[in-house]
Design a protein around this ligand. Structure first.
Ligand code: SF4
Length: 233
């Protein structure tokens, strides 16, 4: 068997990340350092998606797939003015909803999911969003990330770590996870981090991903995690 190829980083020779598993104890320590540093940088984090009700957050989170929060926040005020509640979305046609969310991308799929979800909420849940993970993930367009996001931010229930594209990337870079599958990363973060830290830490990692750990041009020299982050590829 050939030996793992080595790469140089300054004076330190490093084995490429994928070939080297990081121990649970090390990852636990990295998680603690990450939380402490993030708390100093972002003392009062909150959900970046503008919403007033659990249903508005559910719709905004469905819209945010493959789309920036900024773009979602640009269209939701008019969307929620036009369709002010679950019943209004259930009564609207898929085409009408699609027209109103067009600039978010994948609007055919998203409008169909929002329409079906609104109808199910009216028929099964009296027009309310259930505060139950299993019921949420049965709704069209709602996966683990959306369910965790809605439960955490609309109901204050820490059902699991929200793993979006920023959290996925940062978890690997910092050294918290070796996984590439969001569900496996969520499992690992759930084990490493106390439940009462899940909601706020997810927001803080997302802020860090936007401000410092930008996908193709991370600002490691000024990043608040630079003293301990493993900066893995
Ligand atoms: S130190 Fe660099 S790689 Fe690590 S989180 Fe910060 S910007 Fe990303």
């Amino acid at each position: 068997m050939s030996r793992p190829k080595k790469e140089k980083s300054g004076n330190v020779e490093k084995v490429p990340a994928r070939t080297k598993k990081i121990s649970f104890a090390t990852r636990k320590k990295l998680a603690k350092q990450t939380i402490e540093a993030l708390k100093k940088t972002y003392p009062a984090p909150s959900c970046a998606l503008c919403h007033h009700t659990p249903f508005e957050l559910l719709v905004a989170t469905i819209l945010s797939a493959q789309c920036t929060d900024k773009r979602v926040n640009a269209i939701t005020p008019e969307l929620f003015r036009k369709y002010p509640d679950v019943q209004a979305f259930a009564d609207a046609s898929v085409e009408e909803i699609g027209e109103a969310i067009k600039s978010c991308g994948f609007y055919n799929t998203k409008s169909a999911n929002i329409s079906k979800t609104a109808k199910i909420l009216v028929e099964k849940y009296d027009g309310e969003v259930p505060d139950d993970f299993d019921k949420l993930v049965e709704l069209p367009g709602v996966g683990r990330k959306t369910a965790n996001c809605v439960l955490g931010n609309a109901f204050g229930i820490a059902s699991g770590f929200v793993v979006d594209t920023h959290v996925l990337r940062l978890s690997r870079k910092i050294g918290l996870s070796d996984e590439t599958n969001p569900e496996k990363v969520e499992e690992e973060l759930n084990r490493l981090i106390e439940p009462h830290e899940w909601i706020s830490t997810s927001h803080r990692l997302i802020f860090l991903g936007r401000e410092y750990c930008i996908a193709r041009r991370p600002k490691c020299d000024v990043c608040p995690l630079t003293s301990f982050c493993l900066k893995r590829p």
